[in-house]
Design a protein around this ligand. Structure first.
Ligand code: TRP
Ligand code: ZN
Length: 869
């Protein structure tokens, strides 16, 4: 039976709610017995319909009376009790098989440990339940297991533990905070444990515990530090303190996503916990900190105040991503973190907006909820929160947060409730702003400037347009907060005096709110032609089109007050050079002013991490989004490569000077050292490109002897991607060194999957047969297959071999792990954007997939969107 479409508009309050749940699990590899005692209470007319999937029902009791099968209806996804009293105690016994659960949803084995993943709808794979986020219950959980599972963990506080017969033992947990089932968690395993403490601003002593696989304790310290920083930051910036006496984090290898915010018991992909300087890159450390923060911040935005239904997912995810971004920005370089977020939007989110799966941050229509944990819901959702922050200011935003919390603590609410709280706390009408929640697609903004020197008038014409997306052919104008600054041609700040342009206290820029589809302004008293930086800080998630001279970008690159604006100026210089090269099919050339400005930026007293980003041009993915109809694949790749060579040639001596100057100590994990490493690597990349023979020795030395993964992995990647003769030898050495460390081995797979040689596809096929490859281990699948999908030239290879490879993997994953399968099918969905031959090949793959037996709803939903069924 295929899964049905759910509509946001069809929301109905539940017929019953559940006040308390008493769960008793007798853990066993193949046959875990679950007894759930539910106190149910009627809210409306109708039967009690419990969700349940892949469960073996043993018995049902209502108020002490065992029901016979005639008293209930059991189907593949539901258990229906027709005559349930208004208040009743329902006791259900069922069995599940954790070892057979490779989908990693519900209760499963990760390596040697039992663990759970219940968001979004995984609890129904543990027992029959009202598995929806607006049913909030108090959970008591008793876990019984063999004594070799030394740690038995669940949400809340430990109430009892002890030994049982037959070498088994038990633990009983109680979580006083009512919660939806998706926040339930259970873990049983034998771990190494790291302990720490935190005293909240309210004086609560919190025990912090981090559980990792045996032998990994030394790699858990950084995560613990990050947790304490997150707790402190949330108190200081948002006035929010932790609310239980215990906070536990368990790291597991087998996990579909990054991490999960289960109340008091977070479960993490070990990738976002385990990090030491030898095995993790600086990038990994930064992600560990931000994911630890993200899950911790959910305790308020998600757990205390949760979602009424899954269409509201961005209520917790957009807001929590915004919060984790601010956490990283406050603790590190604000500009560098912002640029990172902008790049994610421009490469991944814009591409989702342009695909058949485009959806608003609050979707209207869902088949498989797991398909909606997207960059749109998360990252564009965070941009929408950020726009509110820009419009209301930090103070107004925090006032809104406070009101939101006062009104809704302990409730399951909607995005609308959040917006109303922001409105009420600020006496502001956000009617039009709400379109950000309902309209999909990336708005396009066009700006024309005309300076009349004689009259000293600057004429502006701004237009906006939101392109059609599936089921939304016509769009209305959005509220676009545009931050901007103006400079003279010598880089002196200028003020544009106009009623529509207001100073913006938080940022130091000016703010123009574009709310109509067209706006013309005449600004008077402008003494010279201004160089305007538009959309500073990427203040709205839009594509901006304007014709600006490279000279103006050179001014901004050299003089803009804001670091993000300097970076953006460089990006625009690159972008226009790339677009010209794509159009003319010629090599990239950069005008002398651009080279000069870039050279000065490299030598300027700027943050090294910012410089590294200034010398990171737009990726092929990002560039592709400027070709909405047909992506000129080969021309884009050629242009991107050619730009890199052009920079390498033009600035070779400058890169060399910087490279020698930078000497971060390998064990130094400070922001300064990370920044130095980032720039040093950029330089080394260009230097190797310009003079491979000269720098191969440097790469070789780094791969073979570096005690720092940032240095080692980058050197290996450069050696492999630039195809230096030693590449093979170095890959082997790396594999030897790291064969027992899965997270490091993932890097080895990813580097090979992203190389572009004639035999890449064959290599990748061979790697998929390698003993180290495991379809059941999502990190490895992503390292090899998702990385390969990003390898445009090879994935889209003209003979279709790249497509066939990924197709084969997806077919296998359809039964092993549909969530992961559905993530890998994404690049096929955009088949309409390629040439006729590739269209045919991609479409054939989708059609073939659609025909396989027992196609998972995750895949079915995406494929039918892509094929327009
Ligand atoms: N709520 C999690 C987060 O963003 C997301 C998540 C973790 C998830 N595991 C999942 C979503 C599995 C769907 C399925 O922090
Ligand atoms: Zn989240």
């Amino acid at each position: 039976m295929s899964k049905q479409v759910q509509y946001r508009s069809a929301y109905r309050a539940p017929v019953f709610t559940i006040d308390t749940v008493d769960l008793h699990l007798k853990l066993d590899e193949q046959a875990t017995e679950v007894t759930a005692t539910l106190t149910v209470r009627r809210l409306a007319e109708g039967p009690l319909v419990l969700d349940g999937e892949q469960l073996e029902l043993v018995s049902v009791q209502v108020n002490g009376v065992v029901l016979s099968p005639a008293d209930y209806q059991l189907s593949e996804r539901q258990l229906q009790l027709n005559n349930c009293p208004d208040v009743a105690e329902v006791v259900i016994v069922n069995r599940i098989n954790p070892s057979a659960n490779s989908a990693l949803e519900g209760l499963y084995k990760s390596g040697g440990a039992f663990c759970t993943q219940c968001e979004a709808e995984g609890f129904r794979r543990i027992t029959y339940y009202l598995d929806r986020p607006d049913v909030l219950a108090v959970f008591t959980t008793t876990i019984e297991a063999d004594a070799r599972y030394t740690s038995l963990l669940s949400n809340g506080n430990l109430e009892a533990e002890g030994a049982l017969d037959n070498g088994r033992h038990f633990a009983k947990w109680h979580d006083p905070h009512p919660k939806p089932a998706y926040l339930f968690a259970l873990v049983a395993g034998d771990f190494d444990r790291l302990e720490d403490h935190f005293t909240t601003m309210e004086g609560r002593e919190v025990l912090l515990e981090l559980f990792v696989d045996k032998g990994n304790l030394s790699r858990a310290h950084y995560a613990m530090g990050a947790l304490k920083r997150a707790m402190k930051w949330d108190e200081e910036r948002f006035g929010l303190a932790y609310d239980l006496d215990r906070y536990m984090i368990v790291a597991v290898d087998f996990f579909n996503m990054g991490a999960m915010e289960n109340k008091g018991l977070n479960i993490f992909n070990s990738k976002y916990v385990l990090a030491d300087q030898q095995s993790a890159t600086d990038w990994d450390f930064i992600h560990v900190e931000s994911v630890i923060g993200h899950e911790y911040f959910h305790n308020w935005t998600g757990n205390r105040i949760t979602c009424r239904d899954w269409f509201q997912l961005s209520l917790k995810e957009g807001l929590t991503v915004f919060r984790d971004q601010e956490f990283s920005a406050d603790l590190g370089s604000r500009a560098v973190h912002r640029i990172d977020a902008i790049r994610v939007m421009r490469s991944h989110q814009f591409s989702e907006d342009a695909s058949p799966m485009a959806h608003p941050i609050r979707p209207d229509k869902v088949v498989e909820m797991n398909n909606f944990y997207t960059v749109t819901v998360y990252n564009k959702g965070a941009e929408v929160i950020r726009m509110l922050h820009t419009l209301l200011g930090e103070q107004g935003f925090q006032a809104g947060m406070q009101l939101y919390r006062q009104r809704h603590d302990g409730q399951a609410v909607t995005c609308e409730d959040f917006v109303v709280a922001m409105e009420d706390a600020n006496q502001r009408d956000l009617t039009q702003f709400r379109r950000w929640y309902s309209q999909a697609g990336t708005p396009e903004v066009r700006i024309e400037e005309q300076y009349d020197a004689e009259r000293q008038v600057l004429k502006l014409k701004l237009t906006q347009q939101v392109p059609p997306t599936p089921e939304q052919p016509d769009k209305e104008a959005m509220v676009l907060p545009l931050l901007l600054s103006a400079y003279s041609e010598t880089g002196q700040p200028m003020t544009l005096a106009h009623a529509a342009i207001q100073p913006h206290a938080d940022s130091g820029s000016a703010l123009l709110e574009l709310t109509t589809s067209e706006l013309t302004l005449e600004i008077e008293g402008v003494r010279e032609r201004p160089v305007v930086a538009w959309l500073e800080n990427f203040s709205a998630p839009v594509k901006l089109y304007r014709t600006t001279d490279v000279h103006d970008y050179a001014v901004l690159l050299g003089h803009a007050a804001q670091e993000v604006t300097r970076w953006e100026a460089a990006q625009q210089i690159y972008l226009s050079a790339l677009q010209t090269a794509v159009k003319t099919e010629q090599e990239v050339t950069l005008p002398e002013v651009a080279i000069k400005a870039l050279r000065q930026a490299l030598a300027a007293p700027l943050d090294n991490a910012l410089k590294a980003l200034i010398f990171t041009p737009p990726s092929a993915e990002e560039l592709a989004e400027y070709y909405p109809d047909a992506i000129p694949l080969a021309a884009i790749e050629r242009a991107v490569k050619s730009l890199a060579s052009c920079l390498a040639e033009a600035l070779r001596d400058d890169f060399s000077t910087e490279f020698t100057k930078l000497a971060p100590a390998e064990e130094d994990l400070s922001g300064t050292a990370m920044a130095a490493r980032a720039l040093q690597q950029r330089c080394l990349y260009y230097l190797t490109l310009a003079a491979p023979t000269q720098y191969t020795a440097v790469l070789r030395e780094r791969v073979l002897t570096a005690q720092n993964m940032t240095v080692q992995q980058h050197a290996l990647e450069t050696a492999v991607h630039l195809e230096v003769p030693e590449a093979k030898e170095l890959l082997e050495a790396f594999a030897q060194q790291w064969q027992a460390t899965p997270l490091a081995l993932d890097k080895w797979f990813a580097i090979q999957a992203t190389s572009v040689t004639d035999h890449t596809v064959a290599e990748v096929e061979r790697l998929a047969q390698h003993a180290w490859f495991d379809l059941g281990y999502p990190n490895r699948v992503y390292a090899l297959v998702a990385s390969f999908c990003r390898n445009s030239l090879r994935f889209h290879q003209a003979d279709g071999a790249g497509y066939r490879f990924v197709l084969t993997i997806i077919k296998q994953l359809n039964t092993v792990n549909p969530q992961v399968a559905a993530r890998l099918v994404t690049p096929f969905l955009q088949w309409r954007r390629y040439d006729a031959k590739r269209q045919q090949l991609l479409r054939d793959c989708l059609v073939e997939l659609r025909g396989i037996e027992k196609l998972a709803p995750d895949l079915e939903e995406k494929i039918s969107h892509a094929l327009d069924l």
